[in-house]
Write a protein that binds this ligand. Structure first.
Ligand code: GRF
Length: 226
């Protein structure tokens, strides 16, 4: 122990005797306290390519992590992606989702701070809107307000863009409110629609934009840069 160790112990014992306390507060490791991470739940019911990009982006992030995948479609690709990355999956039923707050309570077990919609088609009910004000973010594969709203998803969006002869399309990342695709915009990025584009080739261009920007925009919002 040496004389300094002995002296330190002696002082500690003296202070406990004098003040009658011994602190059980956790000591910082290596001189630093750990930060509580912000937990994301990704709601996705499709292939899950955006979910995968987001999981990868935050894998070693110091203060944000993907803690849960929420899915309403058995067999959806995103379930395998969650398994590959060891992220738990919560399967949900429409009736319980739309009525009451059973799933809001379920999310609180994971201490979820933000909900990310990445290919989730059900409208968010009152219970979620109240529990996560300005803490729900969606991505839509068009330049909203064009080509959004109920029934505008997947290839239907790109078919409509091409049928209208648009020269550009893109993505919109926005807060979620009580209406489909109508929340406040956070970010848009565009791509050219060529005369030769089909709904499939346009979908590929739009997906590339989603993969490039979505995770970073989420990070910017959570960290107060957006
Ligand atoms: C994306 O195009 C997104 O804009 C829309 O749903 C699609 C999900 O694709 N909301 P993926 O399942 O992430 O590949």
């Amino acid at each position: 122990m040496g004389q300094f160790g002995f002296f330190r112990n002696y002082l500690r014992k003296m202070s406990q005797t004098i003040f009658g306390v011994s602190s059980k507060a956790p000591k910082p490791q290596n001189g630093s306290f750990s930060i509580k991470k912000r937990n994301l739940a990704i709601f996705a019911s499709g292939t899950g390519s955006n979910a995968q990009k987001i999981i990868e982006h935050f894998k070693d992030h110091p203060s944000i992590r993907v803690s849960l995948i929420v899915c309403n479609k058995p067999g959806a690709g995103v379930i395998q992606i969650a398994a590959d990355f060891d992220v738990p999956v919560l399967m949900i039923e429409k009736k319980d989702f739309e009525q009451g707050n059973m799933y809001v309570k379920e999310l609180s077990k994971y201490e979820i701070d933000y909900i990310i919609l990445a290919g989730f088609l059900w409208k968010m009910p009152e219970a979620f809107l109240n529990a996560f004000p300005r803490h729900m973010i969606n991505i839509h594969p068009s330049l909203l307000p064009k080509y959004g709203g109920k029934g505008m998803y997947g290839s239907r969006v790109h078919e409509a863009v091409i049928a209208a002869g648009e020269k550009e399309s893109g993505i919109t990342i926005h807060y979620v409110n009580g209406q489909y695709d109508e929340g406040e915009h956070l970010f848009q990025a565009t791509c050219v629609v060529d005369a030769s584009d089909t709904p499939d080739t346009l979908a590929t261009k739009v997906h590339a934009l989603e993969h490039l920007h979505f995770a970073r925009v989420i990070e910017d919002v959570i960290e107060g840069r957006l």
